[in-house]
Design a protein. Structure first.
Length: 317
């Protein structure tokens, strides 16, 4: 058992060193899969990727592959460099906040402040209730801590810790049944319009993979898509990345790494791991992780299904 714990620790440490030393960059060779765009590039949904809150993942930085995938499907993608306000959100269909941090941070040492102030949280929630859509990523510690006021306002309770790599599968039900993952034969429902593209139905998602991150408990009215089982645990060190073999572990049974929620007239998608929707190069090793990794072959299609669901908030499915 001790050997197994040490091996788990070593594997986790490799992931954490990569992030803590920040040798990550967008994969310069990444190209989205060939597809017929679901939306017209002139009239597609407007996606704004937040860069106003010291974000670790940005449109032209580590989330460039994320933006490339969206553009390949006709989404119109831009950056947001201003604090959240009614004016800033007026012409936005989907706001993406990915790994925000408190301001002026130069290291990973506590204490940690709030990435969004309370007024921004209130404006954002009001915008969602009135029909806006939010795609939120809060990865491993300290990212959940600094966005805690927003996630709690939306009903999501994060653990401010580290979870190892997970493969979610339809076979063992860790990948939930939802219109963003696959059509249920038992309900005999027609495929929703937002999952159709020129007569072709989006891919039936069988498996997706995450690359660490944290976890959360979703509110009762949400649908957890990525379900953690009894064999998964998390560590919550006082200082990010300083995980030792004897650091206490918490069972993540019943927790989630991805969920969707209808809130008022709007929609929310929350994920506790970011690399699963990007492709990144670890410059210290030359290794690439993310969308082109083994086991993540359908992550790209899964991302587009989520984004189409967020864009389809005017049509209940």
């Amino acid at each position: 058992m001790r050997l197994a714990q040490n091996l788990i620790f070593i594997g986790l440490a490799i992931i954490l060193v990569a992030c803590s030393d920040s040798p990550q960059q967008a994969d310069p060779d990444f190209r989205p899969k060939s597809r017929v765009a679901h939306f017209s590039s002139e009239h597609g949904p407007i996606v704004s990727i937040d860069e106003a809150h010291n974000n670790f993942l940005t449109k032209d930085g580590r989330y460039k592959p994320f933006a490339q995938v969206l553009k390949s499907d006709g989404f119109r993608v831009s950056s947001n460099t201003k604090k959240i306000s009614e004016k800033q959100l007026k012409n936005v269909d989907i706001l993406v906040i990915a790994n925000a941090l408190d301001r002026y941070r130069e290291d990973w040492l506590p204490p940690f402040g709030e990435a969004l102030n309370q007024n921004e949280v209130e404006v954002l929630k009001s915008w969602i209730l009135q029909g806006g859509s939010l795609f939120l990523v809060a990865d491993h510690t300290p990212f959940p801590k600094v966005i805690n006021n927003l996630t709690l306002a939306l009903g999501f309770q994060f653990i401010n810790g580290h979870v190892g790599n997970i493969t979610f599968s339809r076979l063992n039900h860790s990948l939930s049944e939802h219109v963003t993952t696959y059509k249920s034969e038992s309900t005999q429902e027609e495929q929703p319009v937002f999952l159709q593209s020129f007569g072709q139905v989006s891919s039936d998602i069988q498996q997706v993979r995450s690359f660490g991150g944290s976890a959360f408990k979703a509110p009762e009215n949400a649908v957890s898509l990525l379900n953690l089982g009894p064999g998964v645990s998390a560590t919550a060190p006082e200082i990010p990345f300083q995980v030792e073999p004897d650091t206490p572990r918490v069972s993540m049974k019943g927790w989630s790494q991805g969920a969707v929620l209808k809130l008022g007239k709007g929609r929310v998608a929350v994920f506790s791991e970011g690399m699963m929707f990007s492709s990144q190069l670890i410059t210290s090793t030359g290794k690439k992780l993310g969308l082109r990794s083994v086991g993540a072959e359908q992550n790209e299609e899964f991302l587009l299904n989520i984004m189409r669901w967020l864009a389809d908030r005017k049509n209940e499915v």
